[in-house]
Write a protein that binds this ligand. Structure first.
Ligand code: NAP
Ligand code: MG
Length: 399
């Protein structure tokens, strides 16, 4: 069999710890035997971020802008403990944060469904994709305590002049106050990312906020989504047979639980933080989630939603057998190769990505899996726990 040829490269961003080990195993066992892989390699492992003063992270994001498709391994976000463990000269920022700031995007996360692995909400038979706005609101707020007798006001200076609005006169009790913001530019790009993604996967978009209570702030989100939908997307959506609808966040939660899944749930930043964890857990496991950052000008970065699985890595270093789940990382690779195939019109590459995804799902459904899934499995076969490499070899057999 001759290997599948590529035209343009994917931007490959290597990472840390257990996921770095899995990264090279995936290439050896599941990709290189079938694809003549063209990748532009960036080592985002912490030692190389240190050696390059984190320039490598910026360079990799610029490369994604150039080539349009990237695939990223999980990376350590340093804290004080990591600074001493890795002898760092600086507590380098989260690579995901750096890349997101350069690409300006929305993160889409969807569960990978497998027969026999039952969601905690049994009616969720199709995946719910969470689309989280990754800018502003309480994540960029300012907060203060106010003493008894204090008064807090909001002062705005813009082309309309200076306005001062009273927030609260605290009188007899001390209290707290908060100021937050978002920008029309960021909200607009969030809306376009969601609508483009929906056209890509042919699913409805739900967006929810609390505009009945927050009549200017949340209402602005609702208005921007509506304007962009009507002027740029309504026709395309109707042609694709999908729809966009807006509802209140509490109504959306109730509808989601009653639904069968199969839609994109666009959330404001905080709602997305909370609801993503609820949805991920309800479907089973963070190691069974896909995650992709989509930028408004059409760049894609695929990754796993989990971290570097440090606890397993320390066992691996001691020579102990590990059964770390590689599924989310494999799906990051297939996501990137599929997108590369679509953009470059290489049908065999798209087909290969589809087959590898199916081989992974079929392998688990037939009873072969990593340790984290054994307790969740209630399929008709007997669950067999495999170590990471043997699990990938089983997938290769299916493939
Ligand atoms: P984690 O790596 O996601 O692991 C937390 C626990 O979840 C693991 O100990 C393991 O549970 C389970 N788990 C996660 N992924 C798994 C997999 N693929 N297979 C089997 N079990 C899995 O989170 P963390 O330990 O909090 O963070 C470790 C490092 O990752 C940190 O340095 C953090 O900065 C980094 N991080 C990176 C990203 C990213 O790059 N996207 C995201 C989050 C965290 P058991 O131990 O019970 O088996
Ligand atoms: Mg969170």
């Amino acid at each position: 069999m001759s290997k599948i040829k590529m035209i343009n490269p994917v931007v490959e961003m290597d990472g840390d710890e257990m996921t770095r080990v899995i990264w090279s195993d995936i290439k050896d066992i599941l990709i290189n035997p079938y694809v003549e892989l063209k990748s532009e390699y960036y080592d985002l492992g912490l030692p190389n971020r240190e050696a390059t003063k984190d320039n490598v992270t910026v360079q990799s994001a610029e490369a994604i802008k150039k080539y349009g498709v990237g695939v990223k391994c999980a990376t350590i976000t340093p804290n004080a403990q990591r600074v001493s463990e890795y002898n760092l000269t600086s507590m380098w920022k989260s690579p995901n944060g750096t890349i997101r700031a350069i690409l300006d995007g929305t993160v889409f996360r969807a569960p990978i469904l497998v027969e026999g692995i039952k969601p905690y909400i049994p009616t969720w038979t199709s995946p719910i994709t969470m689309a989280r706005h990754a800018y502003g609101d309480i994540y960029k707020d300012v907060e203060a305590k106010v003493a008894k007798g204090g008064r807090a006001t909001l002062v705005i200076e813009d082309e309309d002049g200076r306005r001062e609005i009273e927030i609260f006169d605290f009188g007899k009790s001390s209290g707290i106050v908060m100021g937050m913001h978002n920008t029309d530019k960021s909200i607009s790009s969030f809306a376009r990312c969601c609508f483009n993604y929906a056209l890509d996967v042919k699913q409805d978009v739900w967006f929810a906020a609390k505009d009945t209570i927050s009549k200017t702030y949340d209402h602005n989100f609702k208005d921007i989504f509506a304007e962009i939908y009507e002027s740029e997307y309504r026709e395309k959506f109707e042609k694709a047979g999908i729809e966009y609808f807006y509802t209140l966040i509490d109504d959306a939660v109730a509808r989601a639980v009653r639904s069968n899944g199969g839609f994109i749930w666009a959330c404001k930043n905080y709602d997305g933080d909370v609801m993503s964890d609820m949805v991920a857990t309800a479907y089973g496991s963070l190691a069974m989630m896909t995650s992709v950052l989509v930028s408004p000008d059409g760049n894609y970065e695929y990754e796993a939603a989990h971290g570097t699985v440090t606890r397993h890595y320390y066992k691996y270093l001691k020579g102990e057998e590990t059964s770390t789940n590689p599924v989310a990382t494999i799906f990051a690779w297939t996501g990137a190769l599929r997108k590369r195939g679509e953009l470059d019109k290489i049908d065999e590459l798209v087909d290969f990505a589809d087959r590898l995804d199916k081989a992974v799902i079929d392998t688990i459904a037939s009873g072969y899996m990593t340790g984290d899934l054994v307790a969740l499995y209630s399929g008709k076969n007997k669950a067999v726990k495999l170590n990471t490499v043997d699990f990938m070899k089983k997938i290769a057999e299916k493939l």
